[in-house]
Design a protein around this ligand. Structure first.
Ligand code: PMP
Length: 339
């Protein structure tokens, strides 16, 4: 038996966070679902047959998402997290390569590499905005262009006119809006105008369902139809469907939590304005090389590299966690002589 060289070239997953009390490294919601919402999910589940496979094209979940947006289920695809859908979006379209805009979310190039599709990188500008003209220039024979807005790990939203510039090429564009609830804006309505636009969203962040695994995209019927020809048939289980249906009924709760997270985000940013970039997401990019220092204090954040060497990405946590973070970073600055 020999494992393929391609597979061996991937790093094994590392688990670092479990030993640390404060985990601000994965952009999860710091708030679990309240017990009464979980009870509603359990009620849904009680009615379902666990011995049967879930619906083959996830119709119950797609209907729930579609009615939330006032769309047809033909415009909605649901996956086992947004990650699964990214894996399929790399495989759906004709073309020789995918376009990404680093520094950005790593899963676009992860799946491209796995699929042996070259990645053409069009770096973000100095201010982390995308360069629509430069992307359009490179889009020639692209399968798909990935744009995250708000972008992970930089936190900024991308200007609508730059996104439209790319959409006007007619090439498939995945607009990854995993953090859109925290930005308070979304361009999903453009799917009616642009059949080449795929808006990717997730239940992992604002909706507190990272552990359940649910993501979706909104797009033209043809793209959704194509996805369901190749998607692993039963990857969205009945527990995921039940959770999605219930959380969509409680969007008011999601909105209140988003408001709290945004308030906390701005509080942290004010404390370290000099070292922190503006953010439209549930995390902050900081120009502080404080990863190891924070780890020693029991706080896990994301250490960045490459163009963002010496930076950390910090997820906004609960109030007490953020207080500990601010205290630790103040101490770091004192030790470093910057305070
Ligand atoms: N897109 C971006 C930009 C993300 O940061 C994430 C999660 N880290 C995802 C998509 C996918 O999230 P999930 O698979 O949990 O839905």
């Amino acid at each position: 038996m020999r494992i393929r060289e391609l597979v061996r070239s991937f790093e094994p997953y590392r688990v670092v966070e479990e030993d640390y009390p404060i985990r601000l490294d994965k952009n999860e919601s710091p708030y679990d679902l309240p017990g009464w919402v979980k009870e509603e999910i359990f009620e849904e589940l009680r009615e379902l047959s666990f011995n049967r496979y879930p619906h083959i094209t996830s119709m119950p979940a797609r209907e729930a998402v579609a009615s939330f947006y006032g769309l047809s289920p033909e415009n909605v695809a649901v996956g086992n997290g947004g990650d699964e859908l990214i894996g399929y979006l790399v495989r759906l379209f004709e073309g020789d390569y995918v376009v990404t805009t680093p520094p950005t979310f790593g899963m676009y190039s992860f799946y491209a590499k796995l699929e042996k599709v070259p990645v053409v990188e069009v770096p973000l500008r100095e201010d982390f905005t995308i360069d629509g003209d430069a992307i359009a220039e490179k889009a020639g024979n692209a399968r798909v262009v990935f744009i995250a807005s708000p972008n992970n790990p930089t936190g900024n939203s991308q200007p609508e006119e730059e996104i439209v510039r790319v959409l006007d090429t007619g090439k498939p564009v995945v607009l990854d809006e995993a953090y859109a609830e925290f930005a308070g804006r979304s361009l999903w309505r453009l799917i009616e105008e642009y059949p080449n636009l795929i808006v990717l969203r997730t239940f992992s962040k604002a909706f507190s369902l990272a552990g359940v695994r649910a993501g979706y995209f909104l797009a033209n019927e043809e793209v959704v139809d194509a996805l369901y020809r190749i998607k692993s048939p039963f990857s969205v289980g009945i527990m995921t469907v039940a959770a999605v249906k219930v959380v969509l009924r409680h969007y008011d709760l999601v909105e209140r939590r988003v408001a709290k997270i945004v308030e906390e985000r701005e509080r942290i940013r004010r404390a370290f304005r000099e070292f922190t970039y503006p953010s439209d997401a549930n995390f902050l990019l900081m120009r502080l090389d404080a990863y190891e220092f924070l780890l020693e204090k029991g706080i896990v954040v994301r250490k960045l590299s490459g163009r963002l060497d010496g930076h950390i990405r910090v997820t906004v946590g609960r109030k007490w966690e953020n207080r500990k973070l601010v205290e630790a970073l103040r101490e770091y600055l004192e030790v470093e002589g910057c305070g």
